[in-house]
Design a protein around this ligand. Structure first.
Ligand SMILES: Nc1ncnc2c1ncn2[C@@H]1O[C@H](COP(=O)(O)OP(=O)(O)OP(=O)(O)O)[C@@H](O)[C@H]1O
Ligand SMILES: [Mg+2]
Length: 291
């Protein structure tokens, strides 16, 4: 499939902090790419360089094979991690205002429908709840019919239901073949929305692939975890310590349980689950994403 954006060799330093360190990332048209990583990993800095908001110290960014230029602004929709909305005007007035900035904006009705704004059109921007505000910011990001949308932690701080509602909106935008790049700290969000994920830490991309492929590369079978405190002898041969847990990748749970019992390990607190992106993140960085 065609690449809509290609970034290569991006570097950005702030004083002693190498915020982005040799990032190369290409994005196929129409996919949803998730960038995952702990606080300070360099996610926002990376996407702001790709958005053309920040200039890198080194490296280059191409949009459809050409360096990003003035017309790129019309092709890209951006939802920043933090944004101020104009005060003392309503949602509808704000949408009209932003529409007036573009030559061929989406019709208001379509935006309202896509982003589920019908109930709050007459509300003052200052009175929006967290979830309503995120819907509104997404609407503003897509007013111009962008070909690619960047969403920086769009669901941080939302309650579980509001997060799911937001996922539906992103799915609708994806269904229109708009390319979506989002950053998140939520593994379930990445699992549901993202065709591909890039895992970042300390300014570098550690791994990047389809979630299923990444998991298959790192895990086989079920993941058995036992808290550190339940082990007071030698580790079983099949296990190893990852963060504060003894972890065993088991393809035969009967055998694994027998091995643990024979080793005198206290099974209280044991958990068994299918490995997910959170486990992969801990495996790669030794820390939980939410830390
Ligand atoms: N304008 C700036 N001036 C100085 N340092 C900065 C600036 N912007 C980012 N940094 C530093 O660069 C590093 C990467 O920051 P960035 O905002 O890209 O991380 P992030 O992955 O988006 O984190 P979060 O999950 O907290 O949003 C951090 O150490 C941050 O403190
Ligand atoms: Mg950020």
């Amino acid at each position: 499939m065609a690449k809509i954006m290609e970034a290569s060799g991006l570097r950005k330093r702030y004083g002693a902090v190498q915020a982005v360190d040799s990032v190369t990332l290409d994005i196929e048209e129409g996919i949803c790419l998730g960038i995952l990583g702990p606080n300070g990993a360099g996610k926002s800095t990376t996407i702001e360089i790709m958005e053309g908001i920040l200039s890198p110290d080194e490296g280059k960014v191409l949009f459809k094979g050409k360096p990003i230029g003035r017309d790129f602004k019309r092709k890209v929709g951006i939802q920043f991690q933090t944004t101020a909305l104009p005060e003392f005007i309503t949602v509808k007035e704000t949408l009209r205002l932003f529409s007036s900035f573009y030559p061929d904006p989406r019709p208001l009705g379509q935006i309202v429908e896509l982003c589920s704004l019908a109930d709050i059109l007459d509300r003052d921007n200052r009175k929006l709840s967290g979830g309503q505000r995120q819907r509104m910011l997404l609407a503003l990001a897509i007013v111009s019919r962008p070909e690619i949308v960047f969403l920086d932690e769009p669901t941080t701080g939302l309650d579980p239901q509001a997060r799911r509602n937001f996922w539906d909106l992103v799915a609708r935008i994806k269904a229109e073949r708009t390319t979506v790049v989002l950053t998140t700290h939520y593994m379930d969000e990445a699992q549901v929305l993202c065709d591909e994920v890039a895992i970042m830490d300390h300014g570098k991309i550690l791994e990047r692939d389809r979630p299923g492929k990444l998991l298959a590369r790192h895990f086989t079978g079920a993941l058995v975890k036992i808290p550190k405190g339940c082990i007071d002898g030698a580790l079983p041969a099949s296990g190893r310590m990852v963060a504060d847990f003894l972890e065993i990748q088991s393809t035969n749970l009967d055998d694994t349980m027998r091995e643990l019992l024979a080793g005198g390990i206290n099974l209280e607190g044991l958990s068994i689950h299918k490995p997910d992106l959170e486990d992969l993140f801990i495996e790669l960085t030794g820390a939980s994403l939410r830390n």
